[in-house]
Design a protein around this ligand. Sequence first.
Ligand code: HEM
Length: 501
Amino acid sequence: MALLSILVLFFLPLLSFLLLKGKKKNGKGFKLPPSPPGLPIIGNLHQIGSLPHRTVAQLSKKYGQVMVLHFGRTPVVFVTTPEMAKEVLKNQDANMCSRPPLQGPRKISYNFKDISFTPYGEWWREIRKICALELLSPKAVQSYMFVREEEIALMVDSITKVSPAPVDLSEKLASITNKVISRTAFGKVYKGKDLDNGKLTEAVGEVLLCLNNFSREDFFPTFGWIINMLTGYTARIDRALHNMDKFFEKVIEYHLDSNRPKPDREDIIDVLLRLQRDQSSRVPITKDHIKGVLKDILLASVDTGGLSMVWAMTELARHPRVMKMVQAEIRSYVGNKGKVDESDIESLHFFRATLKESLRLHPPSPLLFARETMSDCKLDGYDIPNKTRIHVNVFAVQRDPRYWKNPDEYIPERFIDNPIDLNGRSYEYFPFSSGRRICPGITMGLAIVEPILANLLYSFDWKLPSGMTVEDINMEESFNLSVNKKTPLILVPIPYECKTA
Ligand code: HEM
């Protein structure tokens, strides 16, 4: 029996790997895209490294704009040029906009009852529509401007108080994004003691581990879960999910409480609970569906929003010339008003260019989320079978030297007098993605990120901690589907008013 198990565990994957290779070589079956030579059983897994977006960009220089990496038994297609991105995200989007049923996303999405990871279908179409209308439309986003203004004022105040002590901007930016999203989408900020002694932030960090899309359980279905169990990974994720679930229970309980003060307008949870009660949506909504959406809002926005701002401030700290220019623009436009209003932002062209350039170099989700084909198709002349996983490497696309001069350099000026916007209409630049799966939260994301950054730049000069030079700023990345700055960004704030007084 034991011998049989070993045979099944090791030789079945090997057999299917060889069969796949055979089909590719004899040219009679599928003509799969090129692939770097791999090892038996693990395929190319040993080559992917801790920063897959960079490895894939590098490998594609040799293997081409459409290539396959084999992770265990699973072939995964990567595309790395604007032309192929357009093919996946536009021309063949209708066939390539589903999601593969990966194990991490399955767990965190309450078995695909969310938006981000749920496969293409009726529920996904309906819930995207509901969120777009009730939470993410320009009108809905505008109605929560007061929340952003209050939280920005509190943040500026708290930084002024500690100045000139160094500030952990990574922590500050994650915290304000969290508060703004909580108040906007969940009705209030849920303080630590309400939440099992504030384990939510830790839980969010841990849960993000589930999302890296390159998990053992997916590539080695037969024994990956055993390794995950033995290494303690499963227990760690389950604990984090349990804490997050407890948070969602509290949030829903709060919304069902008849003693809750009547809000001026329904938030997204009120809306979903109403639809559930009235059974008035086209698709059934259960408590798990509501939790799935809460998960999306929390993870899709808090993580991406926070890290976009950290990279934007990091690049400015590394480029003091640009920092001076952007501050001069903001301060001369805003004058002595004391704060940047959201209505000012549209006129701050250079400021917006700095954000666009930072999103070009550091797209928050550099491989986008995994997509899955819904039927056999062709890509760049290669055969792509039904149910194949595809990643679009937006990191590589946004540094394609055919489209971007000095692609690795931070040059915000390239976005001045340049019609490229953030709405996914240009296939050489789409930090929020494009096509049917485009981020539905662009308006809200920008409404959070832009005024926070503009106010930080207006209200403070930012210096490096004593003894540190621009070259010492650590640019290391950590990959978890999204790419964070590995070490916190610590800068010294000098209030602007003090300097001018
Ligand atoms: C600066 C902020 C943000 C950035 C850079 C960003 C970026 C992205 C990206 C790149 C995707 C992947 C799309 C794909 O796989 O093709 C995505 C998906 C998504 N984002 Fe955002 N996002 C941001 C803010 C938000 C906010 C504020 C929300 C909602 C409150 C949100 C909700 C979502 C959802 C639900 C999806 C999944 C869409 C689907 O699969 O249909 N995002 N986002």
